[in-house]
Design a protein around this ligand. Structure first.
Ligand code: NAD
Ligand code: UDP
Length: 339
């Protein structure tokens, strides 16, 4: 299939392009490089020794998107492009609503015009809110605590309504849990801008000596050791989940959790990182981070049953690969030392 991958130069998109190309599909990337670099596209091609078509465009730009649909016989769209920083979304809600919602509308309009029937969307476990774990696709969604989460819930609703109105349209809403790690080659991975907000990128910065110590946000949650529990998933497992979703897509709307089904606490992740890489990660326990929930992990039985997909890589592999990418790609950043 010819797949249009929006945001394909970014973290999850680049790994998914590798998985798509390895599965024999052709890839057209549309990315405005607002949170990624062009060299990622070259790295994807180097990793699989195949060509990729790249358009540096903003996917909220209807004209620019139309050019791609006009020039290529697109069989499906995987829509990753979007802003993703929770805290920033609280400060700049308009930017988040514009980018994340308008992009979905522009792309689905083009799908309608050019009769493209397959659409895979990057959603997030954040749409479950503070539900009871494990999160199951059939649960009623609870309000999220930030505009970012709302853009995901709204995009899900928009895509569901479109699919209802056009029975030939096939939509897969993929709710990611916590993607971490990097491609096993160490060539592509996650490049957070500035001081990371997420746990694994923060841990790798501490391990490298760029940051003094990890702050553990709360140890009084009702969890195994009091620290927050999440379902970390290796980004290559996540990438392969997209290929499975695309290849098994049938008419209508299908929602899948992409996680491992296993919860890991903050301290368990820190211990796994130390064990995997033989490096100490100093930490201190501080207060809870506003908006955090105690536990978030997936019921993954639906993806297994309907897509034949399960995550294969364990937390130790996630820690190896996150660290390999960090070591291969970054120098010490002295400006971060003060925190
Ligand atoms: P990322 O920032 O690395 O990738 C997103 C890419 O989209 C970037 O390359 C960016 O330049 C591009 N982009 C943003 N707005 C664009 C626009 N208007 N036009 C064209 N390109 C645009 O993020 P990621 O971690 O790879 O996340 C991909 C998707 O998955 C996002 O929609 C994100 O919300 C979702 N998601 C991510 C996580 C996570 O933890 N990383 C969890 C759940 C859901
Ligand atoms: N966390 C932490 N210190 C950090 C970053 C995160 O203790 O510097 C905790 C956070 O409170 C949560 C878990 O690690 O329990 C995962 O946080 P992350 O931001 O990576 O993912 P999210 O909370 O969005 O699922």
């Amino acid at each position: 299939m010819n797949i249009l991958v929006t945001g394909g130069a970014g973290y999850i998109g680049s790994h998914t392009c590798v998985a798509l190309l390895e599965a024999g599909h052709s890839v057209i990337i549309a990315d405005n490089l607002s949170n990624s670099k062009r060299e990622n596209v070259e790295k994807i091609m180097r990793l699989v020794d195949k060509e990729v078509t790249f358009y540096e465009i903003d996917v909220t730009d209807e004209e620019a998107v139309d050019v791609i649909f006009r020039n290529y016989n697109i069989d499906g769209v995987i829509h990753f492009a979007g802003h993703k920083a929770v805290g920033e979304s609280v400060e700049k809600p308009l930017d988040y609503y514009c980018n994340n919602i308008v992009s979905t509308i522009v792309l689905t309009k083009a799908c309608k015009k050019y009769d493209v029937r397959r659409f895979v969307f990057s959603s997030s476990a954040t749409v479950y809110g503070d539900n009871t774990v494990p999160f199951v696709e059939s649960m009623n969604l609870l309000p999220t605590t930030n505009p970012y989460g709302e853009t995901k819930a709204m995009s899900e609703r928009i895509l569901t309504d479109i699919a209802k109105s056009n029975p030939a349209f096939s939509v897969s809403l993929l709710r990611y849990f916590n993607p971490v790690g990097a491609h096993e080659s160490g060539l592509i991975g996650e490049v957070p801008s500035g001081i990371p907000n997420n746990l694994m990128p923060y841990v790798t910065q501490v391990a490298k000596g760029n940051l003094k110590k990890l702050q553990v946000f709360g140890n009084d949650y009702p969890t195994v050791d009091g620290t927050g529990v999440r379902d970390y998933i290796h980004v290559m497992d996540l990438a392969e989940g997209h290929v499975a979703a695309l290849e098994n897509l049938t008419e209508g709307v299908h929602i899948y959790n992409l996680g491992t089904g296993k919860g890991t606490s903050v301290l368990e992740l820190v211990n796994a990182f130390e064990e995997a890489n033989g490096i100490e990660v100093p930490y201190e326990v501080v207060g809870r981070r506003p908006g955090d929930i105690a536990s978030c992990y997936a019921d993954v039985s639906k993806a297994e049953r309907e897509l034949g997909w399960t995550a294969k890589r364990d937390v130790i592999s996630m820690c190896w690969d996150a660290w390999r990418f960090e070591k291969n790609n970054f120098l010490r950043l002295p400006t971060m030392l003060n925190r």
